[in-house]
Ligand binder design. Structure first.
Ligand code: ATP
Ligand code: MG
Length: 190
């Protein structure tokens, strides 16, 4: 957390937060192994995402004052009460964004439940006064950063897990890299 100093009379702590999904333990280890293989087999050079940090962002909220957290929890509680369903996320592809040198894993077909959850969140957050970037949602799980790739292999087998909850996560930049801490969890109906 840090202190904003825009107005010296009102100093408020801020947090960098985003809504996300964390793959199940097995899938997260498989995805991490995949990133390791990309490096080991010289497909790509770059910084591998730590296993515990492997995630799928739903909505990036950004820097918010600590006093805004209650509003974020309220938005999420209301969405939870609207009865969103659990769904399978199936990773089938590895891709590379040259412009930001990111290697990521993604799915062949975006589950409608995921599209629904993201658009419901975006809409509810905007209504609650949060200003979001207007980028089209592209589900991606970052595997490597600062990457340079020769070529990318096809995935031998899909990596899948059942998404049963979504989270609000605090992101802190430390000398050891990004540290993500869940500060709220909401279940999806099974
Ligand atoms: P770093 O920025 O130091 O590389 P990071 O990207 O891991 O660290 P954050 O920048 O806090 O950490 O981002 C948290 C998550 O939100 C990541 O999945 C990131 O890709 C995503 N994200 C960050 N900024 C945006 C943005 N402007 N729009 C959409 N998603 C974003
Ligand atoms: Mg970032």
């Amino acid at each position: 957390m840090r202190i904003t100093e825009r107005n010296p009379d009102i100093r408020e702590e801020t947090l960098r937060v985003f809504f996300a999904i964390w793959p199940g333990d097995v899938a997260r280890v498989q995805l991490s192994g995949l990133a390791e293989q990309l490096r080991g087999k010289s497909f790509c050079s770059g910084r591998k995402t730590k296993t515990e940090n492997i995630h799928l962002t739903l909505v990036f909220v950004g820097e918010v004052g600590a006093s805004k957290l209650d509003a974020l929890y309220r938005v999420a509680d209301e969405i939870k009460d609207s009865g969103m369903s659990a769904f399978d996320f199936v990773v089938e592809k590895i891709r590379y964004w040259k412009r930001n040198r990111i290697v990521y894993a993604t799915t062949g077909g975006i589950p409608p439940e995921l599209t629904g959850l993201v658009s419901t969140l975006e809409c509810a957050l905007s209504t609650a006064g949060f200003v979001l970037e207007q980028r089209t949602y592209k589900p991606h799980i970052t595997l490597m950063r600062d990457a340079l790739c020769q070529t990318l292999p096809e995935l031998a087998e899909p990596i899948a897990w059942q998404v049963r909850e979504w989270m609000l996560v605090k992101s802190e930049q430390t000398s050891g890299g990004s540290v993500y801490t869940p500060i709220g969890r909401w279940p999806l109906g099974i």
